[in-house]
Design a protein around this ligand. Structure first.
Ligand SMILES: *Cc1c(COP(=O)(O)O)cnc(C)c1O
Length: 425
């Protein structure tokens, strides 16, 4: 029997829904026609996109491989079982759950597996780099749990491990979380483990941002230290938009039940299959080279931005991202975000630790190199990118010469991405 992929046919979308077809094309052109420096984004592969655009989206598969609530799961069972084995092998984990729809859903499930409402959680404070799901009052984590935030030190801008220990001893949390959205440095997982053991707390590492670097063996793994590791699959890891959980054998039944049936219904089997594809890609030697290059580029970009007067928070970076304090060049994060946007450069304003500005203004920006590195750029290009960001940062769009400068940067961006195309034609 010859097997033929009945794949996504763009002509069908154009014929059925020209409005949405235009959006899909517009986004492709936006990704091709600019510099994507948002640290939580990447450009996923054609293989992952093919799995996402498949008929696996049709299948209901509540439950887990071999124990589903629906018939007809023979094919999707294979996809999920293969994905789980790949995750366990790649990360050296005892158990993996590939069903969380997103990183936030993975965190909700981890909370549900380990805690009762009202229990105390110790996690990094949001303005210092933590995530909404680590205790923000606008999120389930802060609404249903008693959360205590730890910080970075004002002098070094590194996690204050002494404060973590003091807060742990004072509040006796049932769960301690490390892992952040805007922390450029390595985290001392062993130190967190020691503190968690001292107060008999679970340790959860939210590796959403950096798990791709772990997969590429470019940074140390949290897996040997943590009870539970939650993550996204779409950041440095470069898979489909989604979440995933690794845990010990002992916690496996609780984690699985917390994902389904506690917090989710049927899994997105096209996404689960696409996660399996991404895990295969991430296990290849090319991905290890990619992960190392992401960090080399991030270091080069950060050093070059520092030369343009933007101060790297904590003095630099060990990862794919950096946080830059803009107060030395007298612009705000919001201004630089808008100016860069006008020059075809996507990055985000970001609060810096102890930021005097409101979050919607912010004194900093966050930049990351996963997407540029996927496009094949190296440290030489990072010098150019830093100069473009610096020029845009100083260009006031309301001033005729500033507006001209922004147009000039935008055309330089087009030249650069012409040499390093995303999704080459
Ligand atoms: C991105 C991120 C998440 C959430 O991921 P979503 O897929 O957006 O829900 C959770 N935790 C951290 C630390 C993150 O950076």
């Amino acid at each position: 029997m010859t097997q033929t992929f009945w794949g996504p046919d763009f002509a069908q979308l154009e014929a059925t829904d020209p409005e949405i077809a235009a959006v899909v094309l517009g986004e492709l052109e936006r990704e091709r026609g600019g510099l994507q420096l948002i640290a939580s984004e990447n450009l996923t592969s054609p293989a992952v996109l093919a799995a996402l655009g498949s008929t696996l989206s049709n299948k209901y598969a509540e439950g887990y491989p071999g124990r589903r609530y629906y018939g007809g799961c023979v094919e999707v069972d294979r996809a999920e079982a293969i994905g789980v084995e790949r995750a366990k092998a790649l990360f050296g984990a005892q158990h993996a759950n590939l069903q969380p729809h997103t990183g936030s859903s993975a965190n909700l499930a981890a909370f549900a597996a380990l805690l009762q409402p009202g229990d105390t959680v110790l996690a990094m404070d949001l303005p210092h780099g933590g995530h909404l799901t680590h205790g923000s009052k606008v999120n389930f984590s802060g609404r249903w749990f008693a959360t205590v935030g730890y910080h970075v030190r004002a002098d070094t801008e590194l996690i204050d491990y002494d404060e973590v220990r003091e807060l742990a001893l004072a509040h006796r949390p049932k769960l301690i979380i490390c892992g952040a959205t805007a922390y450029p440095r390595l985290i001392d997982f062993a130190a967190f483990r020691t503190i968690a053991d001292e107060v008999d707390a679970y340790l959860m590492v939210d590796a959403a941002h950096f798990i791709g670097l772990v997969a590429g063996r470019a940074v140390p793994s949290p897996v040997p230290h943590a009870d539970v590791v939650t993550m996204t699959t779409h950041k440095v890891l470069r898979g489909p938009r989604g979440g995933m959980i690794l845990c010990t054998e002992e916690l496996a039944p609780r984690i699985d039940k917390a994902v389904f049936p506690f917090s989710q219904g049927g899994p997105l089997m096209h996404a689960v299959a696409a996660k399996a594809v991404a895990l295969r890609e991430a296990a290849a030697p090319e991905f290890a080279a990619y992960a190392r290059q992401v960090i080399a580029n991030s270091r080069a970009l950060t050093a070059a931005l520092a030369e343009h007067g933007m101060r790297p928070v904590s003095g630099g970076t060990d990862t794919h991202l950096a946080l830059l304090d803009l107060r030395g060049i007298d612009v705000t994060g919001a201004q630089v975000e808008a100016r860069c946007d006008a020059a075809r450069i996507s990055l985000n304003k970001n609060a810096i630790p102890y930021d005097p500005q409101k979050p919607m203004t912010a004194s900093g920006i966050r930049v990351g190199t996963p997407s540029l590195t996927t496009q094949g750029m190296g440290v030489d290009e990072m010098q150019l990118v830093a100069r473009m960001i610096a020029t845009a940062a100083h260009s006031d769009p309301d001033d005729p010469s500033g507006a001209a400068a922004l147009r000039e940067v935008a055309s330089e961006v087009l030249d650069l991405v012409g040499k390093f195309p995303a999704y080459p034609r």
